[in-house]
Write a protein that binds this ligand. Structure first.
Ligand code: NZQ
Ligand code: ZN
Length: 402
């Protein structure tokens, strides 16, 4: 078992009605000037009770604050304009706290705003590269504006981690931004907000979390307790997404899914394990950077092809490890025997619930596969992954996903 050093400073407030019950008191802890960040308008449609939307409810609770707004944050959130615009508002309006209301994209964008504005302090950047240097990690984040969030999509686990993923359109980059300073201070998780999710987003969220778990499960050194946690979380997701497909307003099923996704990207499922290098995410980030596809769909497409590739391209002790992991995954998650059955069960599950399982179905053809494979090989360090992947391996996996 590997050593670990673990701390998550985020307070989780989970359950039905928690925003109404506690948001007002929580926000008193952080000051008067509040920037509310949100996306394309879903929070104005998520209805609580009879008629009031989540947006109206939040504004009502915070009526005695000085409120500023950054709307329009897109999925796969963009550095330019969203992060830059948020930094400008924080600096000009001397924001005390940012309240993110929406999915993982809104929260990720908020984390980047908080870290860049906190690190720059009052110093307005002279050109956008100065802000980008902080996002891409060339310059360290040294402070952040506190973040509170109301997360409305069960997927990324951004509400309980210190990561964000930010896209820069002009360079086709989609990069992780990580800092201890951008853990949310408080995350509100009310599963009833997910009743209104389009089926596509519900499924993509489940796929995203299943992949976070797989990125932690498929590694060289692992411990029994983590395996049991992760297999249990996968089984809960598989069972409860089927229930939600029948009845989108089944509270317990939505709550089980949210609980699994909240813990899914925080590292807590795999304390003591060795690192895998997160190969599926590294490859998917290129797909969503080049084609702006939905993250969880890209992951579902990649996952079984990556599993088959590492099974057929590994040798010696590494191959034994790969076989052991894939077999155990199949047996304990899907109740099947053997590697081939395990990979097929995963693929068929995604297909059964309705996720598109080829690149062509999400609008990606062969034209830019080579360019993307090179981009991943050059930037993601997958030659150091548990099962190392070179440019040709990545290209083969993309081609097998067509
Ligand atoms: O923009 P609005 O109108 O709010 O609509 C959103 C968006 O169109 C909608 N939505 C969100 N909550 C809703 C809702 N619609 C109805 N009812 C609700 N309750 O759903 C759409 C997708 O939202 P988005 O925030 O993009 O989805 P998600 O939460 O899956 O976030 C995806 C992003 O997170 C990154 C991904 O790469 C991607 O950019 N990731 C972040 C991670 C992290 N911070 O740790 C880890 C992940 O691996 C992932 O890479
Ligand atoms: Zn993910």
């Amino acid at each position: 078992m590997k050593n670990f050093d673990y701390q998550t400073p985020t307070r989780l407030i989970f359950g039905k009605g928690v925003v109404k019950e506690k948001l007002g008191n929580v926000m008193k802890l952080f000051g008067q000037r509040v920037l509310i960040t949100y996306g394309g308008g879903s929070i104005k449609r998520i209805a609580k009770g009879e008629s009031i939307s989540l947006y109206d409810e939040v504004k009502d609770i915070l009526h005695d604050k000085d409120l500023f707004e950054l709307p329009g944050i897109q999925p796969n959130p963009k550095f330019n304009p969203s992060v830059l615009e948020g930094v400008r508002i924080c600096q000009e309006e001397k924001i005390d706290v940012i309240l993110s209301v929406g999915g993982g994209s809104v929260l990720d964008c908020t984390k980047a705003i908080a870290g860049v504005a906190g690190t720059l302090g009052g110093k307005v950047y002279e050109n956008i590269e100065e802000a980008w240097d902080i996002v891409c990690g060339r310059k360290p984040t040294t402070a952040a504006i506190p973040i509170v969030d109301i997360i409305t999509l069960a997927a990324t686990g951004s509400e309980y981690d210190m990561g964000a993923v930010i896209s820069r359109t002009e360079t086709n980059d989609k990069l992780p931004y990580r800092s201890q300073f951008v853990f949310p201070a408080v995350s509100f998780i009310d599963p009833t907000y997910t009743f209104s999710l389009p089926v596509k987003q519900t499924l993509a969220g489940v796929s995203d979390c299943m992949n976070h778990i797989m990125e932690s499960y498929f590694c060289a050194e692992h411990i029994d307790m983590n395996d049991a946690f992760m297999e249990g979380a996968q089984k809960s997701l598989i069972k409860n997404v089927r229930i939600v497909l029948e009845n989108p307003e089944d509270y317990n099923a939505r709550a089980e899914i949210f609980y699994a996704t909240t813990l899914g990207c925080n590292g807590i499922y795999c304390l003591g394990n060795s690192r895998s290098g997160w190969p599926m995410h590294s490859m998917e980030h290129a797909l969503s950077a080049y084609y702006d596809i939905t993250h969880g769909e890209g992951l579902a497409i990649i996952a079984p092809r990556w599993m088959r590739h590492i099974l057929t391209h590994s040798t010696g002790i590494l191959h034994e490890q790969v076989v052991e992991r894939i077999e155990k995954f199949g047996k304990n998650v899907f109740g099947v025997e053997g590697c081939e059955a395990s990979i097929t069960a995963l693929h068929n599950f995604f297909r059964e619930i309705g996720i598109p399982m080829t690149l062509k179905e999400v609008g990606i053809d062969e034209v830019r596969l080579g360019e993307m494979a090179k981009h991943v090989a050059d930037t993601e360090g997958l030659n150091q992954a548990w099962v190392p992947l070179l440019e040709q391996d990545i290209l083969d996996i993309f081609k097998a996903s067509l």
